[in-house]
Design a protein around this ligand. Structure first.
Ligand code: ATP
Ligand code: MG
Length: 443
């Protein structure tokens, strides 16, 4: 046996069919669907990214399809590539079957129908059978698209000189805070699951200047909402030597433009299949928090229940306003009240009641929180004390400030939330492969 690192490739991908028109090729995939017609049959093969229409008819070869060929069999299908037309006049290729070699047989038929355009069961059943329902072309396209988002985030930031990091997810008591942290017994010690990479990515700004992380974070959300998960993927970045928090918003706008362009060009199949309405971004408008509150009260006659934050309905109204009046799917809301932002947020020197922070709303849903952080040691210690925190519990974190940190800031962008609103989905679970919520830890 010789292992060289090269894998023998005797099959072709649908994307390369054009090169093989009228030639005999072999593809590998799963028998997705068989539709018997009077004197021929459609055998739809689900390959890694596309479904390929194969046609079985006795006239094509001596091969005779047996009863063993069933849906969800893994197979190699050999046949002649022929070009046909799609309904809208585009070119599409199919395979005239010369042979089917079965590689595996399912022990049972799928518990839900996955061969239709859509998985037609309720969300809960869909999630119960995720390993199967994800095989449906539309379902899997959601997460291919999600891959594109992460890829865009990673590619763009890498090009901008960011270093990819991984921060620990098991953290010592007192590292973060709030009510929504998961407690864990760690060899008899109480520790917490990370709610965000915040404290670590800040430490690394003094090391690499610009860092990013794409990783799961954990929130003990006690409520069952359509926008909260207990484990979600956070796309975070943090950058040093900023002139102001506008640099962070500019970087995010650049990232989003790059992501949308990547989806438009390299994920066109998924975008079309899911009928994704990709936002066109030229610039993203900004509104100050208090101006937004005023707008909600005056323009929409909304009576806010909380003057320090927005509720989901307010976010939706702001989304409508941004679309209708400013022609934008996105809206930055800046200068959130100090009282509602975490201890590491820098207050606005011009008005310390407010912060140099922002949220990004996408089609009326918060997808990002970010801002400039406190970098001065004394300022951070003072701020902690004024919030009733004990700086001694944050010794490791404060090493950043104590031993010198550049002015910096960053953000966290929820991957599932962004995916959800790109799809126009009503529930964040639709944009999560294996969601973890208050009622679900399986599959
Ligand atoms: P919300 O107010 O909607 O509960 P948050 O302000 O608590 O969110 P942040 O701590 O600002 O959330 O987190 C940054 C981003 O992470 C959010 O803008 C959102 O995209 C995402 N996010 C936060 N919590 C969740 C969650 N429980 N499930 C999925 N995504 C989340
Ligand atoms: Mg937030």
């Amino acid at each position: 046996m010789v292992i060289t690192g090269e894998i023998k490739q005797d099959t072709v991908a649908y994307a390369d069919f054009e090169k093989f028109e009228n030639q005999v090729v072999t593809i590998k995939g799963t028998i997705h669907n068989i539709r018997m017609m009077s004197d021929f049959a459609f055998v739809i093969v689900r390959t890694a990214r596309e479904t390929v229409q194969c046609v079985y008819a006795e006239e094509f070869s001596d091969y005779r399809m047996s009863e063993d060929v069933k849906e969800e069999c893994a197979a190699k299908v050999t046949g002649k590539v022929v070009a046909g037309e799609t309904k809208d006049g585009g070119k599409r290729y199919e395979l005239q079957i010369h042979n089917i070699e079965l590689l595996s047989h399912p022990a049972d038929i799928p518990p839900v129908v996955i061969t239709k355009k859509q998985v037609n069961c309720d969300l809960s059943t869909n999630l119960d059978y995720r390993p199967v329902t994800l095989r449906n072309p539309k379902e899997r396209a959601v997460f291919k698209l999600q891959e594109g988002i992460q890829r865009g985030f990673r590619e763009y930031l890498t090009k901008q000189g960011f270093t990819e990091i991984h921060s620990p997810k098991i953290n010592f008591a007192g590292a973060e805070g709030g009510t929504n942290v998961f407690k864990l017994d760690y060899f008899g010690k109480k520790v917490f699951l990370a709610q965000s990479p915040q404290l670590y990515k800040q430490a690394l700004v003094a090391v690499y200047e610009r860092v990013f992380e794409i990783a799961p974070v954990f929130r003990a959300e006690h409520h069952d909402t359509s926008r909260h998960l207990n484990e979600y993927v956070s796309m975070d970045f943090e950058m040093g030597f900023i002139e102001g928090f506008e640099d962070i918003m500019n970087m995010e706008t650049g990232v989003l433009k790059y992501i949308m362009e990547l989806l438009r060009t390299e994920y066109a199949n998924e975008v079309a299949l899911l009928k994704v309405d990709l936002p066109v971004i030229t610039e993203i408008p900004c509104i100050k928090f208090m101006d937004a509150k005023e707008l909600l009260m005056k323009k929409f006659k909304y009576k806010p229940s909380d003057m320090k934050d927005f509720d989901p309905e307010e976010e939706q109204l702001l989304g409508k306003y941004a679309k209708k009046e400013l022609g934008s799917d996105f809206l930055f809301v800046t200068h959130y009240p100090s009282k509602k932002r975490p201890f590491y947020t820098m207050d606005d020197p011009a008005d310390p009641e407010y912060t140099l922070s922002f949220d990004l709303l996408f089609r009326g849903l918060e997808i990002t929180s970010g801002g400039q952080r406190v970098h001065d040691y004394n300022a951070q210690v003072e701020k902690m004390k004024s919030l009733g925190m004990n700086p001694e519990e944050f010794e490791t974190y404060l090493m950043l400030h104590k031993y010198g940190a550049p002015p910096h800031g960053g953000l966290g962008l929820g991957l599932e939330r962004l995916t959800m609103h790109l799809l126009g989905a009503k529930n964040v679970r639709e944009a999560t492969m294996f969601p973890r919520d208050i009622n679900r830890v399986t599959p």
